[in-house]
Design a protein around this ligand. Structure first.
Ligand SMILES: Nc1nc2c(c(=O)[nH]1)N[C@@H](CN(C=O)c1ccc(C(=O)N[C@@H](CCC(=O)O)C(=O)O)cc1)CN2
Ligand SMILES: [Mg+2]
Length: 292
């Protein structure tokens, strides 16, 4: 049976460490790191995630503000909010909760964020720095996946890794992070031929496709480390729903060497890494060494 990678427990330890480092930052600078979260509309899941981010900030000793905007907010109004936050000295990190309403050009909004405050790591400046190996703010979900992988496997150099999914916010940055660790990386996607055979070649599998329980146990190399980024709500008994990942957990745990559960795996790491990035941005803006 696979070892369970407890992302919730790892995230809790990381958040405790960040709280200690935040206290040092406050002593050094006389101010708290500040995160501004911009939320447009009333998408139920986003409300939950944004509340969790604000609570996490407060628990870490940071200041977390939420800017709630109506569903019919215009692009110009949203850009004006971003411009104000870019200019605000007390704001170290800015994030726009996704998804945005269809009428808004999400890319234009994200690119308006000052890269020094881009704690989601989604701007072209942040993505470009990752691409060419410069230090910078890295997208929270792939960063959290990498931290879990290093915790379980230590040095990743020379391992074969398959990332399933090529999104700008998870798949692509994940592949670049694994490449930076000297893994041999394959990015698989909807047009990949014989996906099971590709996955079976991998020591490390990161599934980020958004398709419930798509990756089967028979696709895995025995002993592989499996990181499941999927968060899919599916129908369950008695008219209820339950959360499942992109990996068929019951099958995979019989074959894998280690595996993240859903919930309690990658999800909690996303918020812990947001705090990590906010402190990093604050330290950098205060002229301190960004890493402690
Ligand atoms: N601007 C951003 N928007 C979105 C991001 C992001 O990183 N930046 N990621 C997701 C949502 N998200 C954070 O924003 C997020 C999703 C899930 C979790 C999490 O802890 N999930 C739990 C299960 C929660 C549940 O019961 O529903 C888990 O996996 O254990 C945290 C953050 C999209 N938007
Ligand atoms: Mg794109």
């Amino acid at each position: 049976m696979a070892r369970l990678i407890d992302g919730k427990a790892f995230a809790a330890r990381l958040r405790t460490r960040i709280a200690d480092e935040t206290a040092e930052f406050v002593t050094d600078t006389g101010r708290r790191p500040g995160l501004a979260v911009v939320l447009v509309g009333d998408y139920a899941a986003s409300q939950v995630y944004v509340r969790a981010k604000q609570k996490a900030c407060e628990e870490a000793g940071m200041s977390g503000s939420v800017h709630r905007l109506a569903p019919d907010t215009t692009q110009a109004e949203l850009l004006a909010v971003i411009a104000r936050l870019n200019a605000d000295a007390a704001t170290d990190g800015i994030l726009v909760q996704l998804p945005l309403p269809d009428a808004i050009d999400a890319d234009a909004v994200i690119q308006a964020i000052d890269p020094a405050k881009d704690v989601d790591g989604f701007t072209t400046a942040s993505a470009g720095r990752l691409l060419i190996g410069l230090p910078g703010l890295v997208a929270c979900t792939p960063l959290g996946c990498l931290m879990l992988l290093k915790e379980v496997a230590g040095d990743l150099a020379g391992k074969t890794a398959v990332v399933i999914g090529r999104s700008d916010i998870v798949g692509k940055p994940m592949a670049l992070l694994l490449l930076r660790e000297s893994c041999t990386v394959t990015v698989a996607h909807s047009r990949t031929q014989d996906l099971p055979a590709v996955v079976r070649s991998a020591d490390i599998v990161v599934a980020a496709v958004g398709r419930p329980e798509m990756v089967k146990g028979s696709w895995l190399k025995p002993g592989a480390i499996v990181i499941d980024v999927g968060i899919n709500r599916v129908p369950a008994a008695a008219g209820k729903t339950r959360l499942v990942g992109d990996v068929d957990f019951d099958e995979a745990e019989q074959v894998a060497g280690a595996i993240t559960p859903v919930p309690g795996g990658v999800g909690p790491m996303t918020i812990a890494c947001l705090l990590h990035n906010t402190l990093k941005a604050a330290r950098s803006r205060a002229g301190l060494n960004p890493t402690t």
